[in-house]
Design a protein around this ligand. Structure first.
Ligand SMILES: CC/C=C\C/C=C\C/C=C\C=C\CC(=O)SCCNC(=O)CCNC(=O)[C@H](O)C(C)(C)COP(=O)(O)OP(=O)(O)OC[C@H]1O[C@@H](n2cnc3c(N)ncnc32)[C@H](O)[C@@H]1OP(=O)(O)O
Length: 299
């Protein structure tokens, strides 16, 4: 992945030069008709604006955008497609249904299944993280709802986070509240954003931060009224895209490579660790109790 990233970086200046001439032609055209390409499947809606090179990816997995094996597979395939598309320089990640950005990993994928299934599921979670955290594109999370655990991880993978200014929406790595443990790469991703002290406390407590608290602790970069989340993401993206791709990409890779390499070099051991952890009777029991609590809360 790193080698591919470097190769793309080297090509980026040429791409930018031809891209800008190309784009300015398009821009004229765009004033009459906006050129948008759609890559949608039944779980993810993507709209790529060819004039700006920005793709908006909307997660659509009702009721709560939980990250099931199917969803994660579609997500990684879509991201790979955009990554390879020379016309796409920026990605805005959001939810198709406001109120929930993502409920995190699908707990049902971690309950009562075979060891083989857990292994396959965990590999898909790793793949999503490697692709999103290692992306060469500018990535912005437009967090238009609550975002626990794996949902928070996705947002933390992005370069910039804009959240709806609503104290009812909360974000955080709450794994310990489920009786499970955030793996080292979840922890590292958070620590790279908010620092070791905040991460240590938040992870032990499984803390969910309401939007204003999330801003205070640097978990998100900006709060805006709910109806402005998408437009703010688009204007922040436009600013980021003024930086030459190759310089920004090499810088991003320099900042993140040590973190991604830790998982790349330990993928199989990490899967083994997850499978042996999640198959424990005590952990299965904790997850069942948590799901039951969720259902009762609803009643
Ligand atoms: C030593 C270490 C070694 C290895 C590492 C080991 C382990 C690490 C393992 C795992 C890491 C996991 C990270 C995760 O992402 S775990 C998932 C955590 N997610 C949550 O806690 C979210 C729980 N959900 C909520 O808080 C709420 O549902 C909500 C705020 C997202 C939405 O609230 P609503 O009131 O709008 O909706 P609900 O009525 O609560 O839910 C609707 C419906 O959806 C079901 N559901 C909710 N979340 C999940 C989920 N994450 N997975 C599956 N299903 C979910 C909920 O039960 C309802 O279902 P029913 O309608 O009742 O059928």
């Amino acid at each position: 992945m790193a080698a591919l990233g470097a190769l793309r970086s080297c090509w980026a200046p040429a791409r930018l030069l031809t891209g800008s001439a190309h784009h300015s032609n398009r821009l004229v055209l765009c004033q009459q008709t906006s050129i948008k390409r759609h890559f949608s499947n039944n779980k993810i809606l993507v709209e790529l604006d060819e004039a700006t090179g920005v793709a908006v990816m909307k997660m659509k997995n009702p009721p709560v955008n939980s990250l099931s094996l199917d969803f994660l597979t579609e997500f990684s395939i879509t991201l790979e497609k955009l990554e390879m598309d020379r016309g796409c320089r920026g990605l805005i990640l959001t939810s198709a249904s406001p109120k929930i950005f993502s409920a995190g990993l699908d707990i049902m994928e971690m309950c009562g299944k075979s060891a083989e299934h857990y292994g396959e599921f965990w590999r898909a979670v790793q793949e999503m993280w490697l692709k999103l955290y290692g992306s060469n594109m500018v990535t912005i999370a437009a967090i238009n709802g609550s975002s626990p655990a794996g949902g928070c991880l996705m947002a933390l993978c992005c370069d910039y986070r804009i959240m709806a200014d609503n104290p009812k929406y909360a974000i955080g790595l709450n794994e310990t509240q489920l009786g499970i443990v955030a793996p080292f790469w979840f922890k590292d991703t958070m620590s790279n954003v908010v620092g070791n002290r905040v991460t240590e406390q938040a992870l032990q407590l499984g803390q969910m931060f309401p939007a204003p608290e999330a801003l205070k602790f640097g978990l998100v970069d900006q709060l805006v009224p709910e109806e402005k989340v998408q437009s703010t993401a688009a204007s922040v993206m436009a600013q980021w895209l003024t930086v030459p791709d190759h310089a920004r990409q090499i810088t991003k890779s320099m900042m993140r490579k040590q973190t991604t390499d830790k998982l790349v070099n330990n993928r199989e051991a990490d899967i083994k660790n997850f499978v042996s952890f999640i198959t424990r009777d005590s952990i299965q029991k904790s997850l069942q109790v948590y799901m039951e609590r969720l259902r009762q809360r609803k009643q």
